[in-house]
Structure formats: C-alpha cells, structure tokens
Design a protein around this ligand. Sequence first.
Ligand SMILES: [Zn+2]
Length: 200
Amino acid sequence: MMKILIDNGHGENTPGKRSPVWGDGSQLFEWEYTREIAMRVENELKRHGVDVERLVKENTDVPLSERARRANEIAARYGKSKTILVSIHCNASQNGKGTGWEIHTSPGKTKADDLAQIFWDTANEIFGGTWKIRGDWSDGDGDWENNFYILTKTNCPAVLTENFFMDNETDCKFLLSPEGKSQIVKLHVDAILKYIKKYE
Ligand SMILES: [Zn+2]
C-alpha cells in the first residue's frame, strides 16, 4: 500500500504569503488556504481508502528541515518508492500579472517526473482551455525543475503544485470561489489516485 504525504506550506506566522485585500474586502492567506485544500484532499483520499497523512498539522510555520525530516522518517518506514509527497502552494508574481497553474520537481529525471506528468495531464483535463497551464519545456516535459528544499531533501518522489496566483485578482477570486476550491481539490485527488493505480 502506498503512503501519501500532503504538505501544506507556510504558517499563520509566516510574513507575506497573502493576497492584497480586494475591493470586496476578501483576502487569501496562503497558509490558511492550502491547509483547507490539504484537509479536503486528505478527507477525499481517505474516502477512497488511501493511506494519507498531512505533514504539518500545526497552524504555525514548521521549518522545511523539520518537514523533510518527517517525510524521510515516514518514507524510511514505508519504503521510498511506496511513499509520495505533494506540497500545495499558491503562486505570486509581484506585479499581479501572473496567471495559471504550475508543477515543480527537483532537477533531473526521477520518479517525481512520473507523478508530475500525471498532475500535468489532469490539470489540462480540468483547467485546460479555461486557464493557463504554465510549462517549462527546457527538458521536454511541462514541469518546472527547481532546487526547492522540500523537493531535493526528501527521499521519496516529491512534487510541488503552484495553484494560481494569489496576487492576481482574477486568479484569486477563482481560488476563493467554491468551484475553484472544488476543482483544485479534484485535481490533487484525481492525480494521486491515478498515480497509485499506475505505480502501486
Ligand atoms: Zn508557498
């Protein structure tokens, strides 16, 4: 049986990592938003009988080193190829013009690329035509290769999703809407279920 780890980045005490306050008074806090999405993904996967665990149950910011330590301890117990990690984030572009969805892996071809490919295809099914799916095609596939700590210091396949831009009002309103939340939850649940089916 595969072990699924969901990482919700940042904490209530993390500076920045929030949207502007929009005209209607709404505002997105990344730590709070990604926890809500992560909990819904967790509950939905549990309904499908999946062994899933959130890496950060605290509301405060847990350092990346501690998150990687927790992930590696679990991966050592379940087996590196029987554990996957998905880190959920919202993007920001500083100028408010960024839009769409991205997925990141560590550099080089690893098992994380198989997981990223399934996310990529699922994102295209759910958002394609409506939203931009932002690819980095430097190595022939759409995932972005990045030396993010949670991707490079963890021993199991790990991906990081950047779910739309919280500093773009159109993206942010979609993120905060019931349909937006449902689609982002569905993307993560569907992609993880497909990965389990294919690679378990
Ligand atoms: Zn983030």
